[in-house]
Design a protein around this ligand. Structure first.
Ligand code: UDP
Length: 320
C-alpha cells in the first residue's frame, strides 16, 4: 500500500508512519512543522520506503501530486491542542476547514481512500456517556472559542460524508479520544506530557479546575493499530468510528499517579480554568468512548493500560 500522511511529523502521524513502514508499506509524509517536528521522523529518514516533504497541505499542486502517488491518504494535519485553539481561533478554523477541503477535492479526482482525523471534542458537553457515534452532539456557544475546534472538525466530517454520498469518494472518519504516548509535546496544552515534564523538573503539577473532570487516555500505538485495521476493511468506508479506551481517570488522580511514578517531590496545585485558559472557559466533566462499533468491525481492542502508558511517557521524557 502506498500511503500519504498529512501531519506525518506530528505525534500521531509519526507513530502511524513507523507502523506502516514496519508493515511493509510505502509512506510519504507532508507536514509544515507548525506543531509537528522533524525530530519525530528523524529515525525514519533512512528507510527506503519513506519520504517526506516540508510544506503545507494548502500547496495544492504539490498536494495533488502526492495524492496521485498514493493509494490511501491519512489526513492528520490540523491545528490541535486546547491551548492553541483558545489562543489562535482564526488559525484553528482556517487550518482545519480549508486543509480538509483541499485534501478531499484532490483525493476525489482519483477516488483515493481518505481517512479524516476528527476528535472526541465533537461530543462537546454531552452527558450521554459513553459516547456513541450516532449520538447527538452538544456544543457550547460560538462566543467561546474552545468550541471552534469541535465545529471545524464537524465541518470536516460533514464534508467528507458529503463527498462519499454525492461523489462516491471513499472516506473513513475517526474520532480520536485523548491519545497519549512518547513524542507528544505538552507545548499546546496536552495534560499528560505537561504533568510528566512538571514532575521531572520538580515544578508544581498544575491541575486545572477542581480535578474531578475525567478523561479516557489511549496509547498512540493502539490508535495507530485501529487506523491500520480500518484501512484494510472496505466495510469501514462511509462510516464514523470512535477510537479510544474506555478506562477513565480523573485529572487529580492522573496528577497523583504521575507524581508517584516519577518519584517527584513536586506539589500538586489547582489552577482555576479562567487563569489556565480564559474567562468563562468550559471544560467537559467526562469523556468516555463507546468502542463497540470499531470492535465489531475490525476487532479493535486497546492493549496498553494507563500505568503502562504513563511509564512509557516518563521513560521517553527522561531519555530526551
Ligand atoms: N489539564 C490540566 N492541567 C494541564 C493541562 C490540562 O489539568 O496542565 C486538564 C484540562 O483542563 C482537561 C484535561 O486535563 O480537563 C485534559 O486536557 P487536554 O488539553 O490534554 O485534552 P482535552 O481533553 O481538554 O482535549
Amino acid at each position: 500500500m502506498k500511503t500519504l500522511i498529512t501531519g506525518g511529523a506530528g505525534f500521531i502521524g509519526s507513530h502511524l508512519a513507523e507502523r506502516l513502514l514496519d508493515d511493509g508499506h510505502e509512506v510519504i509524509v507532508l507536514d509544515n512543522l507548525s506543531t509537528g517536528s522533524i525530530d519525530n521522523i528523524a529515525h525514519l529518514k533512512r528507510r527506503p520506503s519513506f519520504s517526506y516533504t516540508i510544506d503545507s497541505v494548502t500547496n495544492e499542486p504539490l498536494l495533488a501530486e502526492l495524492i496521485d502517488r498514493c493509494d490511501v491518504v491519512f489526513h492528520l494535519a490540523a491545528a490541535v491542542g486546547v491551548k492553541l485553539i483558545v489562543e489562535q481561533p482564526v488559525h484553528t478554523i482556517e487550518t482545519n476547514v480549508h486543509g480538509t477541503e483541499v485534501v478531499l477535492k484532490h483525493a476525489n479526482k482519483k477516488k483515493k481512500l481518505v481517512f479524516i482525523a476528527s476528535t472526541s471534542e465533537v461530543y462537546g458537553k454531552s452527558t450521554d456517556v459513553p459516547f456513541r457515534e450516532a449520538a447527538d452532539l452538544v456544543l457550547g456557544p460560538s462566543a467561546k472559542h474552545r468550541w471552534a475546534y469541535a465545529c471545524s472538525k464537524l465541518i470536516d466530517e460533514f464534508l467528507a460524508l458529503a463527498y462519499w454520498k454525492e461523489k462516491k469518494l471513499p472516506v473513513v472518519i475517526v474520532r480520536l479520544f485523548n491519545t497519549v504516548g512518547p513524542r507528544q509535546t505538552g507545548q499546546y496544552g496536552m495534560v499528560l506530557p505537561t504533568f510528566v515534564r512538571q514532575a521531572l523538573a520538580g515544578q508544581p503539577i498544575t491541575v486545572f479546575g477542581d480535578g474531578t473532570q475525567s478523561r479516557s487516555f489511549t496509547y498512540v500505538g493502539d490508535v495507530v493499530d485501529a487506523l491500520v485495521r480500518l484501512a484494510h476493511d472496505k466495510r469501514a468506508i462511509g462510516e464514523v468510528f470512535n477510537i479510544g479506551n474506555m478506562g477513565e481517570v480523573t485529572i487529580a488522580d492522573l496528577a497523583a499517579r504521575v507524581k508517584s511514578m516519577t518519584g517527584s517531590c513536586s506539589p500538586i496545585t489547582y489552577v482555576p480554568y479562567d487563569q489556565a485558559y480564559e474567562a468563562g472557559f468550559e471544560d467537559m466533566p467526562r469523556r468516555v468512548p463507546d468502542i463497540s462499533k470499531i470492535r465489531e468491525f475490525v476487532g479493535y481492542e486497546p492493549k496498553l493500560a494507563l500505568d503502562d502508558i504513563i511509564r512509557s511517557v516518563i521513560e521517553h521524557m527522561r531519555a530526551n
